[in-house]
Design a binder for this molecule. Structure first.
Ligand code: PNS
Length: 166
């Protein structure tokens, strides 16, 4: 049986930390479906279409083993619809734990057949998040080595002309 994981997230935008998790996930799973889902607690900078395009361009190196998709609804419903046995999430510092624990237990309550698998990001990405990268970029900080080159270009296009605080 093919082992399939859904790697869900906001991906606003995709970072090198996300790519690191996909690389690690491919050691465990035959295929990974990277899926943009709506997080009701976050306001996004990039539209779903823009995020999808950035993810597609970033994941080309993985060829047929990584698919990129988006879905509006419950994650566990999407996972069973796609025949996935697992939800893959990256874990960085301890601060991630409480939210991830809650999400995993809610997903388990909603569907006991889908397991959540946590992978630790590489040490290099332990403090990397889309939110902190956007904040640094908004104020002109150099985040070039934290995101794929195409994402860096789009961030500069979107935020580069903004005066700090705009
Ligand atoms: O990258 P994020 O923002 O931490 O990802 C969170 C995400 C999108 C995976 C989460 O909000 C999610 O699963 N949203 C879809 C709705 C859902 O199924 N929520 C979990 C059970 S309430």
């Amino acid at each position: 049986m093919e082992r399939i994981a859904i790697y869900p997230g906001s991906f606003d935008p995709v970072t090198n930390g996300h790519v690191d998790i996909v690389e690690r996930g491919l050691i465990l799973f035959d295929r990974i479906i990277v899926t943009i889902l709506h997080n009701p607690n976050k306001k996004s900078l990039f539209s779903v279409e823009e995020r999808l395009e950035l993810l597609q361009m970033t994941m080309t190196d993985f060829n047929h083993r990584v698919e990129v998709d988006c879905f509006d609804g419950l994650l566990v419903e999407y996972a069973s619809r796609r025949g996935a046995q697992a939800i893959l999430r990256g874990m960085r510092a301890v601060s991630d734990f409480e939210y991830e624990f809650q999400l995993a237990l809610m997903n388990r309550k909603l569907n006991r057949d889908v397991q959540t698998v946590f992978l630790m990001t590489g040490l290099r990405w332990i403090f990397t998040s889309s939110s902190i990268i956007k904040e640094a970029a908004r104020f002109g900080g150099d985040i070039a080595d934290m995101v794929p080159p195409v994402v860096h270009r789009r961030l500069v296009e979107k935020l580069g002309q903004c005066p700090p605080g705009a």
